[in-house]
Design a protein around this ligand. Sequence first.
Ligand SMILES: Cc1cc2nc3c(=O)[nH]c(=O)nc-3n(C[C@H](O)[C@H](O)[C@H](O)COP(=O)(O)OP(=O)(O)OC[C@H]3O[C@@H](n4cnc5c(N)ncnc54)[C@H](O)[C@@H]3O)c2cc1C
Length: 382
Amino acid sequence: MDTQQFDFVVIGGGIFGCYAASYLSKKGAKIALLEKESRLFRKASLVNQARLHSGYHYPRSLATAALSDEHKERFTNEHRQFVHSSFEKYYAIDRFGSFTDPLQFERFCSRIHIPFKRINEHALFNFNRLEALYLTEEHSFDPVLLSRYYSEMVENDPNIEVFLDVQLQNALPDGVNWRIEFTRNSTLPSPSPSSRLVAPTVINATYAATNAVNTMFGVDRLALTHELSEIAFVVSREFGDRGLTVMDGPFGSIMPYGLSGLLSLSSVAYTHHKISYDDLPQFDCQVAEDPSCRPAAPGICTDCPRRPMSNAAKMLAQMRQYFSESVQFEHLFSYYTIKSKLKSSYIDDGRPTEISMLRQSPRFYCLFSGKINSIYEVEKIV
Ligand SMILES: Cc1cc2nc3c(=O)[nH]c(=O)nc-3n(C[C@H](O)[C@H](O)[C@H](O)COP(=O)(O)OP(=O)(O)OC[C@H]3O[C@@H](n4cnc5c(N)ncnc54)[C@H](O)[C@@H]3O)c2cc1C
């Protein structure tokens, strides 16, 4: 068996794995980037609401709100060509059942110094349902353009070797190094011969598969829950290229999906089709005959014939209540993926990015991400 030596093995080719690999490459390290699928960026880094968080979303978690703002400026500056910053973004509070009220929301925004302007009249919105409407400053990143940018960056970097279609077989400490064995391409009738990598440091950036990889390396698992989630894509001639997020509780959001001209639609009640409270994402749509998706190695939900029926009609019915009757939306298609959260986020709805060193020698970092613009957190630790 061929053995290749690297300084770092990064497992997971979403934005966090790609960013970590390219950051380490700039420091002169040799990196192996391992991805389970045949392409990079097919999961959470592609299928999300594309909200470049300014903090408005987290009135119950000051820490997450402040962290959003901490990285927003740098993320925007370094990804300017992939950020849509010229649309009107509204936040609103539902008259019924919200965890926040106008006074609290305004105090919260002032406390973390994010701008807001209360709007008392607007032809597009239904003030019978909205207790308060605010014009805010929040942008949207373009996941498709980011995917192309980061994929090309790591694939063309001479310090980074990208391995696709990887199936991890085992990982063992061997002195100061990890010895990692994997096969390629699960769709071949007979498994490919094993490959072996050796490196003193591993970074696990596999998001929904975090605990499966931690288990293989013999380190602690994180307490996670997983939601099989749908992001619906809609267009509206009347609403155009604007965004509305209704706060704070079981409401929803419609906003530009980057620069694509589409609006992403999601709702707390209908976006999440199934919930798994297990440490691994375990869903009844995973079947033994399809090895491409298992709790230990989840697949690409959008491409799966057993993905749930779309809830877009229900999401639209819920969101329609906040708009004037003249505003219409058309659903075009939906993407699906697994959204994973720390169990500790249940109370405050926070989305921290947690990077922990779970073994010192050989070294193992677990990078569990909460939001796209916290990619820079890796620089503080590794
Ligand atoms: C529905 C939804 C909406 C969201 N909305 C927003 C938002 O509006 N704004 C925001 O900032 N954030 C949002 N997020 C969060 C954000 O998308 C994630 O924090 C971020 O994309 C995670 O990036 P990642 O690289 O860690 O994970 P991923 O992009 O999921 O990448 C992990 C990669 O690891 C690979 N992998 C898994 N197992 C293995 C293995 N055994 N071997 C090799 N590779 C493996 C996977 O195939 C995948 O490519 C949202 C997330 C979801 C799901």
